[in-house]
Design a protein around this ligand. Sequence first.
Ligand code: GDP
Ligand code: PGA
Ligand code: MN
Ligand code: MN
Length: 619
Amino acid sequence: MTDIVVGNSDKLKPAVEEALKSAPTQHQRLLDWVREVAALTEPETIHWVDGSQEEWDRLTSELVDAGTFVRLNEDEFPNSFAAFSDPEDVARVEERTFICSSTREGAGPTNNWVDPEEMKATLTEKYRGCMRGRTLYVIPFVMGHLGAKDPKFGVELTDSAYVVCSMRIMATIGQDVLRTMEEKDAFFVEALHSVGAPLDEGQDDVAWPCNPDKYIVQFPEDRAIWSFGSGYGGNALLGKKCYALRIASAIAHDEGWLAEHMLILKVTDPQGETHYISAAFPSACGKTNFAMIEPTIEGWKAEMVGDDISWITFDDEGKPRVINPEAGLFGVAPGTGWTTNPNAMRGVAKGNTIFTNVALTDNGGVWWEGMTDEVPEHLIDWKGQDWTPDSGRPAAHPNSRFCTPIEQCDIVAPEYSDPDGVPLSAIVFGGRRKTTVPLVSESFDWNHGVFQGATLSSETTAAAKGQVGVVRRDPMAMLPFIGYNAGDYLQHWVDIAKKYGEENMPKIFYVNWFRRTPDGGFAWPGFGENSRVVKWIVERLQGTAGGKETPVGIVPNVEDLDLTGLDADPKDTEAALAVNVDEWKEELPGIDEWFEKLGDHVPAEVKEQRDALGARLDG
Ligand code: GDP
Ligand code: PGA
Ligand code: MN
Ligand code: MN
């Protein structure tokens, strides 16, 4: 962090000096950086996070004492805690998220941009003294496997113990990481985080300290992250969205791979043939549920490799391989229940979980809308108020979350822990659309698939602050996560196939679980029944399933889907699959507007796809 106006070393507290002297590392760049940040932020003390169980036990107890955590009933939820955030700190803040590349063009038309020097100057003043009265935690972490050829290291400096505990679930952290980083004298991403709530001498802390003035800032060229003012997962657990998507997408662009907002599903058909599928849906549009799907069709098996992020590389032959760089699930709680997602429920029931903004039951458990069919008669809602079914408001925040280790889910595939990842057969794009977009379609070729991804549209959700239910374009479900110019990002997708060979590319599909019938209900039952769509996708890969060519891609006829035992009105299924030319013609102005917004970086290959779609709709 060489360019900040450094703080005053005279202000280092004795305990800080002591912690720097007895640091468990010789990594000079790390030591210099920690000293510099401490001089600027003026913490009371420094704690070098080792990632041990004892440390977790101590920090979680401290968080209980501080009122940040409620310890849950040990019988039902062992070693688990509920946290309740400030009501204004419940989601990602896209308005306050910045990509500070050296030029505005580098960040492109979809990202907020401020000149990096100016942003550093502004934030340096925000950070000055911001950790007063708090502990500075140093969290060495690695995204992906510590045994990978080129492990992707980071160090998060934070003044939040909630962040430390959550990072222990979501990433591989601690002593071993630090040692390996040291041995390799490896590069690490500097990830600075503060809740931005310094404590004056004698001032009482609040349960969820944060600051109304939030900044989630990526410096893609420096590969650095500065986050200020929020404790919420996507803003504060910097290994996840900030590193594994925004910074990693910039690295991937430079190095010829892909960092994507995609789950990874392993499917095995009745003959024992295995396929791995990555799927990109915007936040709160069904990734975690799809990753943990329990198939409703005979003989098909599904396992999870990842639920949110895919790093896709290409081997010497140009074949794609994918890893999940995370170690935990940070899942949307509402809608996750014993009928919709039993695998998640079983995983969470094993304990070791942090819940945020769910409701508390009278016997020290948790509840959220959709968890059980039966609604409890009394709860303490996420705001700490008494709640009954007549209260007329949700008990859990719509973006309440469970944070749980991936390894404790029964259905995690053993390949999850293979540093070389798994071969990738198919990419699925999807969004939340009430109309127009059919249940599933297969793209004609790679560039058509890139066009489908580039024009992906979805209704906004509670996962980000702002209006919910507004349709917006969300390229590859990466709109809030592309760490550079979105047009260049699309070009990168086009170029990947040129570089590694289109014959090596995964087949691309586009799904919509959320289409509605005229009476407002879902046209497709979703969840486990999505296995029927998975089966069609796999059979398309195998060349055995039928389908019809439509202007938007190859769509199954009703009889091409295995609907055995499906409890749904066949008319609804037909409606879910329908491609309505008039509806699609209405999409075109929105697509044109979108490409106009993206400007002259939109690849010619993608624009050609727009014209080809127009011609097919007219034809
Ligand atoms: P993620 O944020 O993309 O991982 O999305 P989740 O899997 O957590 O799901 C977000 C919300 O969508 C939850 O409330 C789910 O219950 C709901 N959901 C997920 N899959 C489906 C589906 O297939 N059909 C319907 N109707 N809802 C779904
Ligand atoms: P999600 O992850 O995609 O599971 O919602 C969190 C987010 O994207 O903010
Ligand atoms: Mn996500
Ligand atoms: Mn999820």
